[in-house]
Design a protein around this ligand. Structure first.
Ligand code: NAD
Ligand code: IPM
Ligand code: MN
Length: 360
């Protein structure tokens, strides 16, 4: 099969972790007889440096022409990077939001799985992690607070900022269906997370989710308020199968879920639309504090690449092979610094990529 892949290496640790994911993908292609055509695309700070904007229309068109896009992460340190002296619409993050919106990537899947081998890196007590856990966060990605009208200005002489939160029933219905479709193939439980005790958008969310649930009698639906969910994630993460939630709540809860799997460096993600196209990226950021040191964990990016094989190319066997290779290297006791625990061997980004590629 010919895989036509756009690659956004991005900023900070982005180039380091994407290089390792491409190395593993090249090995998969070699072993399973595929060919990869890579198109390098600029986004975020790397695009600002060349084009003055975080994402050009040409790059959007080039991304659309690919079957899928593999991405590192974008952004810099807001305190020190010159990118953050630009107006908000020209900063690195605006590029990420633009590509999500332009490609209609409304469904963001973030699987949080505690590998047996990583229990030592999980900050929770053993009795909580016993038996492991395996959940998917289905985060709405193109609506809500991120895309509402915003403004800053004086109202009655007082400097005031405003971000607005809007959802319509269609946006909620399509993400809810995705959540239930996934749950139907898993442990058949959806936890819909909202703030229906306060927000109108959440009350609409709850009603529409109820309506969608009626079409999936085999799936159990429970509603949970977001503050309780944040607490339940550390109290008893095993209770979750699919967490279905809006954009901002999903952003926050997925970082929390990543830590109970050991590290943000383990959390993969797929951003999908109604077609086979997808944007695959680790859930974490560009980690400016460790960029260039060769110590970042590339596993989230490698597992995102596995999701790309599965969702955009239907190459399940190959995706399984990547996931098994990750598990095998962890079993051997090899760890990047973020998942390091007593008695294990600390290795760098490149060595982790090499070992996973060799295990394919
Ligand atoms: P971050 O996720 O970059 O870093 C948070 C902490 O996690 C840091 O200590 C970092 O070293 C660590 N970390 C993250 N990824 C890691 C990895 N693969 N291996 C080991 N450690 C890892 O979050 P932040 O510091 O809040 O944000 C930094 C920049 O990244 C900001 O500009 C932000 O906007 C951007 N960001 C981008 C994305 C994206 O491109 N999808 C996601 C989140 C944040
Ligand atoms: C993520 C990131 C982005 C988000 C930022 C960089 C805009 O945190 O992908 O989780 O909030 O969606
Ligand atoms: Mn985030």
């Amino acid at each position: 099969m010919n895989l036509n892949i756009g690659v956004i290496k991005g900023d900070g640790i982005g180039p380091e972790i994407v290089t390792e994911a491409m190395k593993v993908l090249d090995k998969v292609a070699e072993v399973y007889g595929h060919t990869c055509k890579y198109t390098q695309l600029l986004m975020g700070g790397a695009s600002i440096d060349v084009h003055g904007v975080p994402l050009t229309d040409e790059t959007v068109a080039a991304a659309k022409a690919c079957d899928a896009v593999l991405m590192g992460s974008i952004g810099g340190d807001a305190g020190t990077s010159p990118w953050y002296r630009l107006e908000p619409s020209k900063r690195p993050e605006a590029g990420l939001l633009k590509i999500r919106k332009e490609l209609n990537l409304f469904a963001n899947l973030r699987p949080a799985v505690l590998y047996d081998e990583l229990k030592g890196a999980c900050p929770l007590k053993e009795e909580i992690t016993e038996g492991g856990f395996d959940m998917v966060i289905m985060r709405e990605l193109t609506g809500g607070l991120y895309f509402g009208e915003r403004s800053t200005g004086e109202i009655n002489g007082v400097l005031t900022a405003r971000d607005s939160l809007t959802y319509n029933e269609n946006e909620i219905r399509r993400i809810a269906k995705r959540g239930f479709d996934i749950a139907a193939k898993r442990r058949k439980k959806v936890t819909s997370v909202d703030k229906a005790n306060v927000l109108d958008t959440s009350r609409l969310w709850r009603n529409v989710v109820e309506e969608v649930a009626a079409g999936y009698p085999e799936v159990t639906l429970e509603h949970m308020l977001v503050d309780n969910c944040a607490m339940q994630l550390v109290k008893d993460p095993k209770q979750f199968d699919v967490i279905l939630t809006e954009n901002m709540f999903g952003d926050i809860l997925s970082d929390e879920a990543s830590m109970v799997t050991g590290s943000i460096g383990m959390l993969a993600s797929a951003s999908l639309n109604e077609t086979k196209f997808g944007l695959y990226e680790p859930s974490g950021g560009s980690a400016p504090d460790i960029a260039g040191k060769g110590i970042a964990n590339p596993i989230a990016t490698i597992l995102s690449m596995a999701m790309m094989l599965r969702y955009s190319f239907d190459l399940d066997k190959e995706a399984d092979a990547v996931e098994a290779a990750v598990a095998k290297v962890l079993e051997k006791g090899c760890r990047t610094i973020d998942i390091m625990s007593e008695g294990k061997t600390q290795i760098g980004t490149e060595e982790m990529g090499n070992l996973i590629a060799e295990s394919i």
